[in-house]
Design a protein around this ligand. Structure first.
Ligand code: MLT
Ligand code: MN
Ligand code: ZN
Length: 265
């Protein structure tokens, strides 16, 4: 299995365009950047799937040699996208994939409904491609290249734009082969523990270091509150991702493992 981290920042990226905080200033002064959370995975090195579709997708795809098109003029190794949720930083990239003739998009039925109604990306994207397929995930499934995916539920954090009544399965995590991807969760659940059993690597929610960092954005368990849980899984390599520009770990990681941009795992 191949894993390529494409982006590791939360919504807005680092630095954020309208933020003059010390940390975003530090990033500008030192030419540091992190693009928004996105990962590419492949079971065979030739069929690739994105985990979330970030608004920085074009730049991220151009930086990843594995995802370059060819040999045919419009051939691409990109087969599909697995969405963990319907947040804008995870779905806006779907618009940037509209040139794809075919694409398999996987998400919970709640997320798919939101992408049909409050943010009608399905209706908008479908006339551009010729065969996008939208799959509701409710159990294990297999990807081209042989990877087996086990989705698991991670809560009901609804995007601000979404409407009540769309459903409750707003956030999912994925166990794909021996990798766990869970960039958004508000609490550490038994489902998360179960997904981690036997895993090699886990990319987990590192939005905030502390719970008081940005109280207006709930739904992300802070790093100080998730760290104690890691000890129960000593053989898993944990990497924090989806780092918000407020997270002081961006400037000084204090020994806490952060996912790196364009890292192969
Ligand atoms: C989140 O992760 O909480 C959202 O992406 C926030 C946002 O809309 O930027
Ligand atoms: Mn986000
Ligand atoms: Zn900032």
């Amino acid at each position: 299995m191949r894993v390529r981290v494409l982006g590791t920042a939360a919504g807005g990226g680092w630095p954020q365009w309208n933020c003059a905080c010390d940390q975003c200033g530090h990033a500008r002064a030192h030419g540091l950047t992190r693009t928004q959370d996105c990962v590419a995975v492949s079971g065979d090195g030739s069929s690739w799937y994105l985990l979330n579709a970030s608004p920085d997708l074009r730049t991220q795809l151009l930086a990843a040699a594995e995802l370059a098109p060819g040999p045919g003029r419009r051939e691409t190794p990109l087969r599909g996208v697995l969405l963990t949720d319907a947040e804008l930083d995870h779905v806006l990239g779907l618009f940037l994939l509209r040139e794809a003739a075919k694409l398999d998009v996987y998400a919970t039925s709640t997320v798919l409904r939101a992408l049909d109604t409050a943010l009608p990306v399905r209706r908008i994207a479908d006339p551009y491609g010729q065969g996008w397929r939208w799959h509701a995930v409710d159990g294990p499934f297999e990807l081209d290249g042989g990877l087996i995916v086990h989705p698991f539920s991670l809560g009901a954090k609804k995007p601000r734009y979404a409407e009540d009544g769309d459903g409750s399965e707003w956030v999912a995590g994925y166990r794909i082969g021996d990798v766990v991807y869970a960039p958004c969760f508000g609490e550490w659940t038994e489902a998360l523990d179960a997904a981690l059993v036997g895993a090699r690597v886990a990319l987990i929610d590192g939005t905030f270091l502390t719970p008081d960092e940005m109280p207006a954005v709930p739904g992300h368990l802070s790093v100080v509150d998730s760290l104690p849980h890691l000890a129960r899984h000593p053989s898993v390599r944990f990497l924090y991702t989806h780092l918000n520009n407020t997270n002081p770990l961006l400037s000084a990681s204090r020994g806490i493992p952060l996912a790196a941009e364009i890292e192969s795992l």
